[in-house]
Design a protein around this ligand. Sequence first.
Ligand code: PMV
Length: 311
Amino acid sequence: MAPPLHPHASACGKVILLGEHSVVYGHPALAAGLPRSIVLEATALDEPTAPSTLRVDDWDLDLALTVDNGHPVARAALEVLGFCDGPLRGWALTGRSHLPARAGLGSSAALTVALARLVLGEDAPIDEVVEASLAGERVFHGEPSGIDSQVAARGGVLRFVRGEQPEAVTFPGTLPLVVIPSGIPRSTADQVAKVRALHGRRPRLTRPILDALGVTVAEGIDRLQASDLQGFGEIMNVAHELLSALGVSSSPLDSLCSVAREHGAAGAKLTGAGGGGCVIALAPADPDPLLGTLRARGLSPFPVAVEARLP
Ligand code: PMV
C-alpha cells in the first residue's frame, strides 16, 4: 500500500536572471528561486478509494485527479504521485500561491516539486524530488531543460547547464528586482520552436547570439560577486536585446523594459521563454514610482529580493 502523504509541502517559483533559450543549446543559465511560492496541504478523504482532488484557488484550479481527466495538471499530478509510489486516491490536496500561473515564473515546477514532497517529505534527497518533478513537467513542456525543477527544489541562485548538476552561486547582499507580469499568455514550447526554426534557417547569425547570451551568465555572476548592480543591470539590458534578436520579445515586453528604465531601473529584460510572460527589472533606489505607474496600467508588479543561499 502507498504510504500516507505528509500534511504540508512547499516549493520555490523561479526567475531566469540570464541565459534563457541559450540554455537549450548547452550554454549556462542563471536562475533564482522565489521562496515558498506554493504551499500544499494534504488531508485524507473519508473514503480512501475516492479520487483525490487538487484545488488551488489562486490559479483557478479545482480538479479530480483521475486518469480520464484530460486536464494537463491532473495528468502531471498523477505522473508525479505515481513516480514517487504515492497514493493516487483518497486525498484532498489544497494549495496557496502568490505566483501568477503560466507566466514563466515556474508555477508548474513549483507544483510538481511540492507534490513530490507531499509523498517523499520536505527533507527528501533533492535529486529524487527533481526527477519526480520532471515526470510531471514533461506533461506540460515536452522536453524541458530542467532548470525550473532544479530551482523549484533547491532555491537560492543557481548556475545551470543542461545535463549537469547545478551549481549554487553565492554573492554578497541581495539583488533587488521588480517582477512585472505582462498578463500576456505565452507558450514555452512555441517560443523554443521559434528559436529552433530561426537557428535552422540562419545558424551563422544565431550562433553568435546564443554564444553571447551564454557569456552574459559568466559576466553577470562576476558583477554580482563584485557587488556591481549597475554592471549587472547593463548585462540585463544586453541580454534583452540579444533575446529580441532571436525573435522572442514583443512590443509590450519592450515597452515594459522601457518604462522600468525610464523610472530609474539600471537594467530590465524579459525572463523565461518570452512572447508574453514577465519582465524583470533591477529595482530603482525608490521603486514606488515604477510600481505606481505599472499598477495604474492595470498590472500587478511585485518586488523580490533575490538572495544567494549557501550550498
Ligand atoms: O517556461 P519559461 O518561460 O520559464 O522559460 C523556459 C526557458 C527556456 O530556456 C526558454 C526553455 C527551457 O526549457 O529552458
